[in-house]
Design a protein. Structure first.
Length: 90
């Protein structure tokens, strides 16, 4: 088993995973200007706060997001809470 230590103070911008390989992670600035066909938010490693933050960012698009968006809350309890709060609809 290997331990990977990450100094979170050194992360100054969001990190995104590029298509077809979640290990292909890059800083958002490295991908700036690139066309985005699809976005996926979710996994067992996300928490409900990530979905709330995404909901606040997406609010400005009012249903007119220029790409396909996939959202998968990690648990049914999170899905129900996000639905109750208006961030998620089945």
């Amino acid at each position: 088993c290997e331990t990977l230590v990450i100094n979170m103070d050194e992360i100054t911008e969001p990190i995104v995973c590029c298509p077809n390989d979640p290990d292909d992670a890059k800083l958002l600035g490295e991908e700036a200007g690139r066309k985005v066909d699809e976005v996926f938010i979710g996994s067992c490693m996300t928490n409900i706060g990530h979905f709330r933050a995404a909901g606040k960012l997406l609010h400005q698009y009012a249903g007119r997001l220029p790409t396909r968006l996939w959202i998968a809350p990690p648990t049914k309890m999170d899905q129900e809470k996000l639905t109750e709060e208006g961030y998620y609809a089945k």
